[in-house]
Design a binder for this molecule. Structure first.
Ligand code: ATP
Ligand code: MG
Length: 841
């Protein structure tokens, strides 16, 4: 056999589409077909200078010195198979793999296979790296079609993919089988996965077994659990029509937050008296969906809840990463093994190259293999060691490791040993830092869920240079403007922080910094949305800060935090969590000044009302009224009356509610508080709508809208407009209703406020029917149905009534099967498409 090429190599990967089906259909004849396909492809490879690296079942893996030969071989192979029943997908990828004794190693090896996996039988997909090489040499009758950027299932950043077209090749194929055609939030990985092919195959097989409902990948910190579960999930997305969702649990500071965190990730919000846990359970019941629960060891007490969730939802499975098993029935545990030697070396080389472009393995293969063996094949330890090659040669590194790490007893390595290896490796990296870096590193461990530069500077005294140095040493990760630590490293850092005696100071600075973030919320136009987004991204830090204040008895700080976050919890629908925090904080700080208490009570009452807990809502509103009485503050009184108005509305006591709201209007008017007055008027409008007093509703909502516009509160503008549209529908003033519904929907769509988009679509359905456009109305209704299902949204009375009436009207206008297919069509399209359709765009 000829020597395998070195340096820049182009791989061609081929794979038969639907081989199991073919085997089933053709039985014994399949063996002959397979053989014939092998002969044809081998001839094409040989004719173009390809060398077979590996053949597995019905897949070929072939290396070419030149990219253009790989393309020629692919084209020839496809032409030879064109007339037969076997259809083969092919991938061509150029890279710089590491040459080993009997083949290749390194990150590029599997990428041709990944590329092929995105395609269809008869299709040849080509990487951008290959296209660059052949740009000018492509034979005249071939072309490379640019299929655009795609996320492959290797979780790499999106990459440009091309399709080979030309003589004898089909041109039209279904959409690529890539991640953007799936519903999933699996995060892209900064570097390609190395090795792990057999582990992946095993995990995939396990998770496909019907009795395996929870699969837990266990191992010490840094063993590669997260990487493995992410890749398994990516490979299985097609098995789960409703998607695969990554739920990091490190931010869930207590077991009670696990289900709400899952709920949010899959897009389920609390509403209508259902807690997010119940809503998630109900949503999942008839879905086929994979949950990826990362770092479960933090919240092991919540394991039974996940057990219940999964047992009530037969189509749902969970794959978890955890340092310890969950101990659930139906759980299958899989201990992550060490990286095999070859892959460990490849990981080392890849990381070393990322830090030091000059790095080449050359003659150091044995030395690096020995380093990796000393590090127990632990990926994180290997990364940390590789980061040192900027200053040390592999041999020098090994010598130092010899001195540093206790010699292991060889043979089977159990977990405690591997744990020690990692700790020793981390502390080795730590000891090599200078004092400034050590102090910064330890202090940065206080952050939960990552941090931005400003926070690092203010809380941990870490400037950009120090951060950059920590990133280079693999102790801190950076992605765009955000930094974070891997969990194991963070734990180590926290220990150092305690040891240095700095924990209290740093944690206090952390809490104070995030109180500032929470406090910077503002009603001012153009400030509200950015604040919400910032709070979103700092949510885990804010949770950690409030927990610190609570645990340390810092009652005032806790209450200020809760009061400041009230609007966030309300706007983003963290009803249960927010209400718990507000009530705890109020209990911690009975002596708080009236204004602070009032702010907490006001949002507490609102959260409780929205959550459907009317007793608690009433209690908090009454306490707010008592505060107002005590301090004789007019604004607090106005707020208390507004809260009471909401509570009374929820209790169906409309007349009393009106009285309270009208009193509040008068006070707010005197105080010149437009924002609060808008809220009063809107709440009055809702009462009128509920009582079907549409004329009155229009007046109240028009007044509210004027104030929202004046204070440029986009959210309120959208709200007022949509409710006003329902009132106008009640009055059959269709043209005005359409204008109002359209604009309200547009704003909601821009703010990505899907609840309000749902309301807007329902209003537009009613209008479209009146405008004699039943088909459009049916499509829009389909989308509205889907949205309310997805959000688990119970529409309020008047909107639900409008939807029921619309459905009846459509039934009498359209034949059943047409209506059914239009509804399905609406359900199936994307939200953007549906909104554009409803808006005649
Ligand atoms: N097969 C692999 N190829 C490339 N990188 C890997 C591989 N396995 C692990 N890594 C890298 O090693 C580091 C540690 O891996 P990972 O975060 O998956 O460990 P973990 O077991 O989840 O640790 P923890 O218990 O701290 O959560 C990460 O930077 C990860 O990207
Ligand atoms: Mg992990």
């Amino acid at each position: 056999m000829r020597e395998l090429p070195r340096g820049t190599v182009t791989f061609l990967f081929t794979d038969i589409e639907g081989s199991t089906r073919l085997l089933r259909e053709r039985g014994d004849a399949y063996a002959d077909l397979l053989e014939e396909h092998r002969r044809a492809l081998r001839a094409a490879f040989a004719a173009n200078g390809g060398i077979e690296v590996d053949t597995q079942g019905d897949a070929f893996f072939v290396a070419f010195e030149r990219a253009k030969d790989a393309l020629a071989a692919a084209a020839e192979g496809q032409r030879a198979l064109a007339s037969g029943p076997i259809r083969v997908r092919m991938g061509v990828f150029t890279g710089e793999p590491i040459r080993t004794e009997d083949g290749y190693a390194g990150m590029d090896v599997h990428r041709a296979a990944r590329m092929a996996a995105a395609g269809h039988g008869g299709q040849v997909l080509v990487s951008e790296s290959s296209v660059r090489l052949v740009a000018d040499e492509l034979p005249g009758d071939y072309a490379l079609l640019d299929l655009g950027e795609h996320r492959l299932k290797d979780l790499s950043a999106p990459q440009r993919i091309f399709q080979l077209a030309g003589k004898g090749l089909s041109r039209d194929f279904p959409p690529l089988r890539t991640l953007e055609n799936r519903s999933t939030n699996l995060p892209a990985q900064p570097s390609p996965l190395v090795g792990r092919q057999s582990e992946l195959a095993e995990l995939i097989q396990l998770l496909r077994r019907p009795e395996v409902r929870v699969l837990t990948v266990t191992g010490p910190g840094g063993a590669g659990k997260t990487r493995l579960v992410l890749q398994t999930a990516a490979d299985l997305v097609e098995d789960f029509p409703d998607g695969a969702f990554f739920v990091p649990l490190v931010g869930a500071t207590e077991p009670a937050l696990v289900l709400p965190t899952i709920a949010r990730t899959i897009g389920v919000h609390e509403a209508g008296g259902l807690s997010s846990a119940e809503a998630a359970a109900e949503y999942l019941r008839d879905r086929e969906l994979l949950l990826v629960l990362d770092n479960f060891e933090h919240v092991l007490e919540a394991a039974p809840l996940v057990g219940d969730l999964v047992s009530e939802a037969p189509g749902v499975k969970a794959i978890c990463s955890s340092r310890a098993a969950l101990r659930l029935s139906g759980e299958h545990e899989y201990a992550v093994p060490e990286l095999v030697s070859e892959d460990a070396v490849a990981l080392f080389a890849e990381r070393a190259k990322a830090i030091n472009h000059e790095f080449r393995l050359n003659g150091d293969m044995q030395v690096v293999a020995e380093i990796c063996r000393r590090l127990d094949g632990l990926p994180l330890a290997i990364e940390l060691a590789a980061a040192r090659t900027k200053v040390l040669s592999p041999q020098a590194l090994l010598d130092r490791l010899d001195r540093r790490l206790p010699l292991l007893t060889g043979g089977a390595r159990d977990l405690p040993d591997r744990q020690r290896t990692l700790r020793d490796t981390i502390s080795w990296s730590y000891d090599l830092l200078d004092e400034t870096e050590q102090s910064a590193f330890a202090s940065l461990a206080v952050f939960a869920g990552g941090f931005a530069l400003e926070a690092a500077e203010r809380v941990a005294g870490a400037d950009l240079d120090t951060l950059t140095s920590l990133v280079e040493k693999s102790l801190v990760r950076q992605r765009d403007d955000r930094f974070r630590m891997l969990e194991t490293i963070r734990e180590y850092g926290l220990e150092r922080l305690v040891e240095r005696g700095d924990l209290d100071d740093v944690a206090r600075r952390h809490a104070e910094f995030f109180l500032e973030v929470a406090d910077s919320g503002s009603d001012a136009p153009n400030e509200w949305e950015p604040w919400l987004e910032q709070v979103d991204s700092e949510h885990d830090n804010l949770r950690a800060a409030i927990a610190w204040a609570r645990d340390r008895g810092e009652a005032r700080l806790e209450l200020r935090m809760a009061a400041a976050l009230g609007p966030f919890w309300e706007a983003r629908g963290f009803l249960t969590e927010g209400l718990v925090r507000v009530r705890e904080a109020l209990a911690s700080d009975p002596e708080a000044p009236a204004g602070l208490k009032a702010q907490a009570l006001k949002f507490g009452a609102l959260l409780a009302y929205k959550q459907g807990d009317s007793a608690v809502a009433r209690d908090l509103a009454e306490r707010l009224a008592a505060v107002a009485d005590d301090c004789e503050d007019e604004q607090i009184l106005a707020d208390a009356l507004n809260s009471m108005g909401i509570v009374l509305t929820g209790e169906g006591r409309f007349e009393e509610a009106r009285q309270a709201l009208e009193r509040s209007v008068v006070i707010n008017e005197q105080l010149g508080n437009d924002i609060s007055r808008q809220s009063n008027l809107h709440n009055l409008g809702l009462i009128s709508l509920n009582e079907s007093e549409y004329g009155r509703a229009v007046d109240e909502l028009t007044a509210a809208l004027e104030l929202s516009r004046r204070s440029r509160q986009e959210r309120h503008v959208s709200n007022d407009q949509l409710d006003r549209a329902f009132a106008l529908i009640g009055l059959r003033r269709w043209a005005e209703a359409r204008a109002e519904a359209e604009e309200g929907t547009r704003i909601a769509q821009r703010l990505q406020w899907r609840e309000n988009v749902a309301y807007g679509l329902v209003a537009l359905v009613a209008v479209a029917i009146a405008e004699d456009e039943p088909e459009r109305a049916a499509r829009t209704l389909g989308q509205a149905d889907r949205l309310t299902d997805e959000l688990h949204l119970d529409l309020t009375g008047y909107a639900e009534q409008a939807r029921v009436e619309a459905r009846e009207a459509l039934r009498s206008r359209l034949p059943d099967d047409l209506l059914g297919s239009l509804l399905a069509e609406g359900r199936a399209c994307s939200l953007d498409e549906a909104v554009a359709d409803a808006l005649h765009e």
